[in-house]
Design a binder for this molecule. Sequence first.
Ligand SMILES: Cc1cc2nc3c(=O)[nH]c(=O)nc-3n(C[C@H](O)[C@H](O)[C@H](O)COP(=O)(O)OP(=O)(O)OC[C@H]3O[C@@H](n4cnc5c(N)ncnc54)[C@H](O)[C@@H]3O)c2cc1C
Length: 310
Amino acid sequence: MLTFAYEKPESLEQALKLLEGGNNARVMAGGTDLVLKLKHRQLKPGLVVGIGRIKELQYLTEKEGSIYIGAGVKINELLNSSLLKDRAPLLLRAAKEIGSPEIRNMATIGGNICSVKANCGACGLPGCRSMSGGGVGPCKYASHADLIPPLMALDAGLVLVGSQGERNIPLQEFALGDKKINLKAGEILKEIYFKAQDNSGWGYSRLSTAKAMGIAAISVAVTLQKNEDNTCSAISLAIGGSFRKPVKVDRIQQLIENKYINEDIIEKIIHTCIEQLEYTENLYMSVDYRRAMTGVLIKEAIQQALGAQT
Ligand SMILES: Cc1cc2nc3c(=O)[nH]c(=O)nc-3n(C[C@H](O)[C@H](O)[C@H](O)COP(=O)(O)OP(=O)(O)OC[C@H]3O[C@@H](n4cnc5c(N)ncnc54)[C@H](O)[C@@H]3O)c2cc1C
């Protein structure tokens, strides 16, 4: 292990002060992603600021039809929340896929979102350039985080806090691609918020890199609003995985408006989605295979959404 200072502040204010001190400081929430990066010397911070004791980051509530989740809420706490079972089943469907019970007991929603920029440090496969020489080379899993596609499909927003104050950004503007995220030095992700799901259908489909505890090579989240006559009025679809960055797909609304979704429309949706994705290098699966599988997963997620109602 590397040598670094470790602080566990009790308040957001103390944490921000520590981060302001420079020393190449890094935030640690559950540590399930960060500790691997330290172990493989992909990151060499002088100071690690553990935010697990900060109560201001641990809440989950609904206000006027919107859900507000503190970044420090653990994945298992999401899964045990009756509020989310009713009001955000799409998010819970994706949360169930994360790691193992042990990982879900430690990992947080904020850590999941902030680890969208990279995760190759864990793969350990020969040829993975991120493993050789401290994070050099392109990351093969640029946006694996399972919670990002459902939160994007739900049009989530983020509250980021730094010593200069708070900023609010749409989740879509957080992952910038090429291992970069829209988080300034010294900032902490404080809150994730989104409109509670109404009676829309929803689906989540995922291609894993392994049968057990595999991360998502592709994940598709969708919500669908139906009219009384079973035609569709609105669709929201987001895709994450081994792409340059996760994407909330444009230009599909006009394909479905007030129509019955049939095979032909699904094919058009698939085509429109694939046009908007930037596939990255991946040690497990070729781009051609993943392009074909993207279509399969989109179809699966839409079919789930057509069948499922909240
Ligand atoms: C065996 C294994 C299996 C896994 N399987 C999956 C999987 O199936 N799906 C999946 O999505 N992930 C998976 N992961 C990755 C990881 O567990 C999750 O992404 C997890 O949600 C990360 O949360 P954390 O709280 O542990 O983050 P940490 O490791 O504490 O932090 C991750 C990154 O986010 C930053 N960060 C954390 N919180 C904040 C904050 N509030 N503000 C600013 N920066 C912050 C840290 O500085 C760090 O860069 C797996 C990991 C392991 C080890």
